[in-house]
Design a protein around this ligand. Structure first.
Ligand SMILES: *[C@@H]1O[C@H](CO)[C@@H](O)[C@H](O)[C@H]1NC(C)=O
Ligand SMILES: *[C@@H]1O[C@H](CO)[C@@H](O)[C@H](O)[C@H]1NC(C)=O
Ligand SMILES: *[C@@H]1O[C@H](CO)[C@@H](O)[C@H](O)[C@H]1NC(C)=O
Length: 348
């Protein structure tokens, strides 16, 4: 056998190293969970590839002055992507995307500039929501959704103040923000992707039974240290082994004010994974709680994978919680968890 030249061997070693690296991080860049992929407005607009743009301008220089009026102008049964461009401004209104208006790309001028805001607290969380999306194939970019009702850690009332109610399949948010206190983001059902979003709250502020990936999101906690009840970031509601819902947080940051749990069990099969996430001291050492769930904890899937920061210390963690191995973490570490390659516009 002819010995290979050193240069070829070097190339082979380099290729092998690349391959091993790709395998060890568990995903090729196309899956979008690698730090070098930033999905911005030009990329999304190009991928969605439509000319139909409805302009919303609060000062009257667009097609509509309110976001809801623009949504109302989209025909029922819409089957082609349409861009609703929300120009800079604070839109004081509730916005609802009904079931029969899919393929809306709601594009703002940045989360600090295009803001949809309302103020309502209610015993019924859906009723309180500032923004509701019930149509599949919805994408938002660079918009803030806010509910500034004066609720918070259970002192004035038990009312909830939802900023966004996400109740459809195939919904994605890029560079968006969700502001409230009690029950901010109702991730009710369907497959969802949140990329580089900011989510703020105190109690159960990411809740529901969606099958969702939160990639590089900032989770800001505004709980109050003086209270004896700790809030919780998530309240995931998976109820049976057949249900494929669950929240996965990858590579974000969790920080803020006060002490909270990463999650509380809202269903017997509640599933939440925090992976490669920075956890600040705001996370209580116990990490997870079964508060208000009085069945067995054996089917809860409360897990962490290679998190870091002072809140990631696992010594005192809830006994049912898991610190995942590389192999156990793999299914949660790519957009395949939500079949993203089939429907996320950025990958089509
Ligand atoms: C956009 O508009 C141009 C010119 O009106 C047209 O030729 C093209 O097909 C349109 N593209 C899409 C994706 O609708
Ligand atoms: C709480 O919600 C109920 C309706 O569910 C409403 O009547 C009441 O005004 C709300 N309380 C506050 C403080 O907003
Ligand atoms: C709930 O958690 C508490 C604190 O860790 C524990 O003492 C209790 O046994 C748990 N309940 C169940 C049903 O496991």
């Amino acid at each position: 056998m002819v010995p290979r030249s050193p240069s070829i061997r070097a190339v082979n070693v380099a290729l092998a190293a690349t391959f091993v690296f790709a395998v060890s991080i568990g995903l090729p860049a196309v899956h979008g969970l690698s730090a070098d992929t930033v999905i911005d407005s030009p990329l999304l607009t190009q991928k969605i590839g439509t000319n139909r743009t409805i302009k919303v301008d609060i000062n009257g220089n667009g097609d509509f002055k309110s976001v809801q009026a623009a949504v109302d102008s989209v025909p029922r049964g819409n089957s082609m992507w349409v861009i609703i461009h929300v120009r800079k401004g604070v839109y004081r209104e509730k916005v609802h995307i009904p079931k029969d208006k899919p393929y809306i790309f709601m594009r703002g001028n940045g989360k600090g500039r295009s803001i949809i805001s309302w103020s309502q607290s209610s015993a019924d969380n859906v009723e309180s929501a500032t923004f509701k999306v019930e149509a599949p194939n919805f994408v938002a970019f660079g918009i803030s959704f806010k509910n500034d009702a004066p609720t918070g850690v259970a002192y004035t009332s038990q009312n909830q103040s939802v900023a966004a109610f996400v109740a459809a399949d195939k919904v994605a948010f890029y560079h968006c923000a969700f502001y409230s206190t009690h029950n901010t983001l109702f991730d009710y059902k369907g497959r969802h992707y949140y990329d580089n979003c900011y989510i703020q709250g105190s109690i159960d502020f990411i809740f529901g039974r969606g099958r969702s990936v939160f990639h590089s999101c900032y989770i800001f906690i505004i709980d109050d240290k003086r209270l004896s009840i700790h809030g919780s970031i998530t309240a995931q509601n998976r109820e049976s082994a057949d249900e494929n819902s669950g929240f996965v947080f990858v590579k974000g940051k969790v920080y803020g004010i006060g002490d909270v749990y990463l999650g509380r069990a809202k269903g017997a099969y509640s599933r939440v994974v925090f992976a490669k996430t920075y956890l600040s001291k705001t996370i209580v050492p116990h990490g997870w709680t079964n508060w208000s769930y009085d069945g067995s904890t054996k089917n809860l899937y409360h897990a962490e994978y290679r998190c870091h920061g002072p809140g990631a210390e696992s010594t005192d963690r809830a006994p049912w919680s898991h610190q995942l191995t590389d192999e156990e973490a793999t299914p949660f570490m790519s957009i395949d968890y939500i079949d993203g390659q089939e429907w996320l516009p950025a990958w089509l």
